[in-house]
Write a protein of this length. Structure first.
Length: 167
C-alpha cells in the first residue's frame, strides 16, 4: 500500500482535489452552465499522456467538435428524411469528414478531441431547439478551453513542480 501512495500520487490527488473544484465554483459566475465539460476535456488530455505539445491541436479539435455539433443539429433539421435516417446520414458524413480533415491536418486538429467535442456538443445542445441554443456553443467552448489549459496543462505543470521539490 505504501508504494502506491508515493509523493507523485499524493500531490496529484491534492491538485485534482483542489483545482477542478475551483473551476466548478467559478464557472457559473462567468455564465458557464456546463462547467463539467472541462472535466471531460481534461480527461481526454490526461488520457493522451498530459502532452503539452498536444494542447493546441487538442483545443482546436474540441472547438471544431463544438462547431461540428451545431452544424450537425442544423443538418439534421434540414434533411428531408425521418429522424433516424437523418441522424445516420449526418453522423456518417460529418464523422467521416472530421476524421479525414484531422488526418490531413494532425498538427492543427487532434482527432479524438474533435470527435469527443462533437459528442459533447450533441449531448448538451441536442435536446434544445436550435432557436433556443443562444450562447451555449460559447459556454461549451469556454469549458473546453478550461479543461485543456486550466485543468490539464496548468494543473499538470503545478503537479510536476510539486513532485520536483525537495522534502
Amino acid at each position: 500500500m505504501k508504494e502506491k501512495l508515493n509523493r507523485e500520487n499524493l500531490t496529484l490527488a491534492l491538485c485534482i482535489a483542489l483545482f477542478p473544484p475551483i473551476w466548478a465554483v467559478l464557472s457559473p459566475k462567468f455564465g458557464i452552465q456546463v462547467g463539467a465539460v472541462a472535466l471531460i476535456c481534461a480527461g481526454v488530455y490526461a488520457a493522451a499522456g498530459n502532452r503539452t505539445e498536444l494542447a493546441v491541436p487538442m483545443t482546436l479539435g474540441f472547438l471544431a467538435g463544438d462547431v461540428w455539433a451545431l452544424l450537425a443539429l442544423r443538418m439534421m433539421e434540414l434533411l428531408p428524411f425521418g429522424q433516424s435516417a437523418s441522424l445516420f446520414v449526418t453522423l456518417f458524413v460529418m464523422g467521416g469528414a472530421a476524421v479525414l480533415i484531422s488526418s490531413l491536418l494532425p498538427k492543427i486538429f487532434y482527432c479524438p478531441a474533435w470527435l469527443c467535442g462533437w459528442a459533447i456538443g450533441l449531448t448538451v445542445m441536442g435536446p434544445m431547439e436550435l432557436k433556443s441554443i443562444g450562447n451555449m456553443p460559447i459556454q461549451i467552448a469556454a469549458a473546453m478551453f478550461a479543461g485543456v489549459w486550466y485543468v490539464g496543462v496548468l494543473v499538470e505543470w503545478i503537479h510536476q513542480k510539486m513532485c520536483k521539490r525537495k522534502k
